[in-house]
Design a protein around this ligand. Structure first.
Ligand SMILES: [Zn+2]
Length: 212
């Protein structure tokens, strides 16, 4: 079929695919979103980083529309969603990063889930920015209760000393990669361990940030 004819057909019968957020068959753009859902997403402006983090950035505001897609990404094997979230994740220009490190899951949890969603994000960011990533810089040493229903103080206690950093992080500027930033308790706990082992800087880049 001629190019013109294809174009004409596309204008009269635009192709419909599934929208990433609402899941409806709609006309979606290159960002995998229908027009209504594109209106519903908001880029995130991040607050100052909690110590000992040197900086925090996140892609999207974690509005209610994104809860279901994030749940499918984390727990329902929708590994391909990493590409969607990564569209909005960018490393600020004034951060000089040596290595990326996903926030680890406890090994039994990762075995059950078969993947770590933060590692999927880290792998993509690594390919986009051509910065190596290493999943072994951090280890989660014990299982922790899910942070979802805990208040900020409980969250901090819950993840205290739950991570161990490898000595290989010494003198490196590390960028932690995570899915959702809530109070920053998990990221701060990771940063503390990395700095204990001599990391020069620790930043964090997340797919989403809650509105709190
Ligand atoms: Zn939609």
């Amino acid at each position: 079929m001629g190019k013109l004819l294809t174009l004409a057909k596309e204008i009269i019968f635009p192709s419909r695919t599934t929208c990433f957020i609402c899941g409806r068959e709609e006309i979606v753009g290159e960002d995998d979103l229908c027009d209504a859902c594109r209106e519903s997403i908001h880029l995130c402006i991040c607050p100052p980083a909690p110590l000992p983090l040197d900086g925090v950035s996140a892609g999207l505001l974690y509005t209610k529309e994104l809860h279901e897609p994030m749940h499918r990404f984390k727990y329902r094997d929708k590994v391909e969603y990493a590409a969607f979230f990564c569209q909005y994740m960018s490393i600020p220009q004034d951060w000089s990063i040596d290595i990326l490190c996903p926030v680890p899951l406890y090994y039994l949890r990762e075995m059950k889930r078969t993947y770590n969603q933060s590692e999927l994000l880290a792998r993509r960011i690594s390919a986009i920015y051509q910065i190596p990533y290493c999943r072994d810089l951090l280890e989660k040493t014990r299982n922790t209760a899910t942070q979802t229903r805990l208040n900020p103080a409980q969250r901090q206690r819950n993840v205290q000393n739950a991570f161990k950093a490898a000595p290989e992080c010494k003198n490196l500027s590390v960028l932690l990669i995570d899915d959702v930033y809530t109070t920053g308790a998990t990221l701060a706990s990771c940063a503390k361990e990395l700095k204990k082992q001599g990391a020069s800087k620790v930043y964090a880049l997340c797919a989403c940030k809650t509105d709190n």
